[in-house]
Design a protein around this ligand. Sequence first.
Ligand code: TYM
Length: 336
Amino acid sequence: MHKKRVFSGVQPTGNLHLGNYLGAIKNFVELQNKFECVYCIVDLHAITNHQDPKDLKSNILETIATFIASGLDPEKNIIFNQASVSAHSELAWIFNCVARIGWMNRMTQFKEKAGVNKENASVGLLVYPNLMAADILIYKATHVPVGEDQKQHLELTRDIAKKFNNDFKCGNYFPIVEPLIPKEISRVMSLRDGKKKMSKSEDSDQSRINLKDDKDIIDKKIKRAKTDNNPIPSEINGLENRDEAKNLISIFASLNGIKVSEVLKEFGGKNFSTFKNKLSESAVEKICPIGNEIKKLLKDKSYLDQILETGAKRADLIAKNNLKEIYEIIGLTKFT
Ligand code: TYM
């Protein structure tokens, strides 16, 4: 039996938004009281696409500020940046040798991000999921809170763990991780198109609510969010084929910690303008304090650096120890 441990990561690519919050960070905060948690700013994943070095530095600080502003306790949890703990990259190399090329080629995120010109994508983008598996398994984490878009990567992590355990006949050395995906909203969709995921890389800023948006901007974005002409249904099956409606209702449910069915009970039969007023109120109430706190924390960069430094030391201790075991299992010797 493996000790229960949570691991998750967020890329420091700027513009963290409501999707990151409701899909992942909100869950991180809830889990900190139940499990030992390790939360990582995955800067090495970010460079699979070119990043301006100055922006990368400030985005790392902004991500840690977002974690803290959202309610993560830096003492209770291990919070650090991936580049500080070299065991992630070392285990990723081992997993490059365990995972099969066919597995990588099946990843929908690679296909989406590489676009039509696959030959021109970085090799890092292709083997991205192996580094992600290494992030998780270097801590022998058992539970991983993520949004639904990361589910396939976690299935791959399970396959890598099984193949490693099997190839090296080491029983259940690596745990088979369980994804923790929010029930009421597993994928927050764009405010402009209910078929597209809310994303920091989407050109239109109107498509997402950024955690640093102020009250007026949040209100405007919600009021302008795409809906249809029908009233809100009273039953869940009335949301079928109504992607935009379903998205807004699910966001409301998640922000208020209630079920979609409860939202429909309250608003069923009403029109969207009434509902949008309430949604805007909830979003402002939950998101603005986080945005304000992020801005405040960013004024004290040495405090943020200090959290990262302490977190890196704590993470490195666990990761180094596990890496030593892994090298032994494989038959590699480290003389340093
Ligand atoms: P990233 O940085 O794209 O997103 C961070 C987290 O936010 C979730 N998320 C969403 N959830 C719901 N709706 C959305 N529209 C939405 N957009 C983003 C993501 O699912 C994620 O949980 N590969 C990961 C980072 C990573 C990682 C890991 C995660 C690297 N190593 C190990 C878990 C464990 C990523 O790119 O997330």
